[in-house]
Ligand binder design. Structure first.
Ligand code: PLP
Length: 492
């Protein structure tokens, strides 16, 4: 592709993306295809001769778009949001254009130094203490996802717990244990498996039935039992904002247990971490600054930075570097050996790395702290308003605390009906809402019962989208419960 062709098609692509964002609201939120439909529309064999780029764009519209679930649709309320934004998209293009590999400082110094600065900035914006900043013994690095951050934290924890032996001699079955709430993300179990500890090393700690947050007394008991049996408590994961309900584990008390027993504390704030840009929401992070050995949050969820971008910080980088530094001859260079530079390959699993700091830099500069706070506060207010609407309709219940922008709700079911029947009713409600194309929600189980998750946080989501989705849910409930029409006020 010549630079002239690149310019021509580049303009078309930028226009395509801008038009897409303008019109995404008019498309059904969820993909409207059957399994195999997209694959069947694609040619069986790769093209023998090159094709014009117009053909790629035409097939994007014709074949792929119907198979896309529109995460940037303002009525996408499933999972947690995956914010895309103009500055992040443009910076991603610059990243691709530069095409650098930032594995070592020497392979592109600006790539490393911008990342260090941007991670220090973000630590400041989130109110993280100085010990997580690069000037001291700690520091931040961009990982691809919170799941990778979890594994990296565990490898550092095992390194520390084994006085540096785990990497060389292996972890052995039953020697180390990892603790997390039953409500913690499945990424904990995955990390335990990937680290070679085996599923049996994970202790799922009971959660408080009201708050759905980890019970520190149960954690303490599990850790003490392990120590008495000769098993080393390697890492405790505290979640700030669980995936099912955004429950907030009591980090100060969990941290005290970790300190007493020498366990590494990793705080997973994948979604809720973004809230800490607002000083009035920092209570969600109580104890993190004092107790966490590592902390991660995803700007790619709720902080306007396109996937993938996870911020991961450690209070003391020595265990991380000890666990992950392996130095082959072909990577040796004078700058690394001088000790004056950071080589982020030693802070992550992969060797190669993209220039992800560019998009975070662009986002922080474009929106500024004020813009980011406005983004979070707007969604928070919408969620609190939605929770009031739900509470006003006696057919529904809000099933968990909603400190941030996720509201968990369900239909109460019919009087005298079984829990299973109510679950089936809620599953059907969700199916119909999503099939309508007007909104998209996902589900979880709260205290064993099927629950709808209404996660507000899209880049373009406004009050009217939340109100319309709530009306859609109520109208669908009218269909499912013909004898029990809505009684709460209409909204929107
Ligand atoms: N931890 C929590 C609390 C999450 O909610 C999620 C995803 O929703 C993850 C971890 C995994 O995130 P990622 O996709 O970045 O690995």
């Amino acid at each position: 592709m010549t630079s002239e062709q690149f310019r021509r098609y580049g303009r078309q692509v930028v226009d395509w993306v801008a038009d897409y964002h303008d019109r995404v609201e008019s498309l059904p939120v969820a993909a409207q295809v059957e399994p195999g439909q997209v694959g069947a529309a694609l040619p069986e064999h790769p093209p023998e001769r090159g094709e014009p780029f117009e053909a790629v764009l035409a097939d994007l519209d014709r074949i792929l778009l119907p198979g896309i679930t529109h995460w940037q649709h303002p009525s996408f309320f499933g999972f947690f949001p995956a914010n895309a934004s103009g500055p992040a998209i443009l910076a991603d293009l610059l990243c691709s254009g530069l095409g650098v590999q930032g594995m070592l400082w020497a392979t592109s110094p600006a790539c490393t130094e911008l990342e260090t600065q941007v991670m220090d900035w973000l630590a400041e914006l989130l109110g993280l203490p100085d010990r997580f900043r690069s000037a001291g013994r700690g520091g931040g690095v961009i990982q691809d996802t919170a799941s990778t951050a979890m594994l990296v934290a565990l490898l550092a924890a095992l390194h520390r717990a084994s006085a540096g032996e785990a990497g060389r001699t292996g972890v052995g079955c039953g020697r180390y244990a990892v603790y997390a709430s039953v409500e913690a993300h499945s990424a904990v179990l995955k990390a335990v498996r990937m680290a070679g500890l085996g599923d049996g090393a994970l202790r799922s700690v009971e959660a408080d039935p009201a708050t759905l947050a980890m019970r520190p007394d149960r954690l303490e008991a599990a850790v003490a039992a392990d120590r008495a049996a000769g098993t080393t408590p390697a890492m405790v994961v505290a979640t700030v904002g669980t995936t099912s309900t955004t429950a907030i584990d009591p980090v100060p008390r969990i941290g005290a247990v970790c300190r007493e027993h020498g366990a590494w504390l990793h705080v997973d704030a994948a979604y809720a971490g973004a809230a800490a840009v607002c000083p009035e929401l920092r209570w969600t992070h109580a104890g993190v600054g004092e107790h966490a050995d590592s902390y991660s949050m995803n700007p790619h969820k709720w902080l306007l930075t396109n996937f993938d971008c996870d911020g991961f910080w450690v209070a003391d980088r020595s265990a991380l570097l000890g666990a992950l530094s392996v130095l082959p001859e072909f990577l040796r260079n004078a700058a690394s050996e001088s000790g004056a530079v950071i080589d982020y390959r030693d802070w992550q699993i992969q060797l190669g790395r993209r220039f992800r700091a560019l998009k975070l830099w662009a986002v922080l500069r474009w929106y500024g702290a004020d813009g980011l706070r406005e983004h979070i506060r707007g969604h928070l207010a919408l969620a609190q308003e939605l929770a009031r609407w739900v509470a006003d309709d006696p057919r529904f219940e809000v099933v968990a605390p909603h400190p941030l922008s996720l509201v968990c709700l369900r239909l109460r079911g019919t009087p005298g009906g079984s829990g299973e029947a109510a679950d089936a009713l809620n599953a059907e409600l969700l199916r119909r809402v999503n099939a309508s194309g007007g909104a998209y929600l996902t589900h979880t189980r709260v205290r064993g019962r099927h629950t709808l998750r209404f996660a507000i946080g899209g880049t373009h989501t406004e009050r009217r989208h939340v109100a319309a989705a709530w009306q859609l849910i109520r109208a669908t409930a009218d269909e499912l419960l013909p004898g029990r029409p809505a009684v709460g006020p209409r909204v929107g």
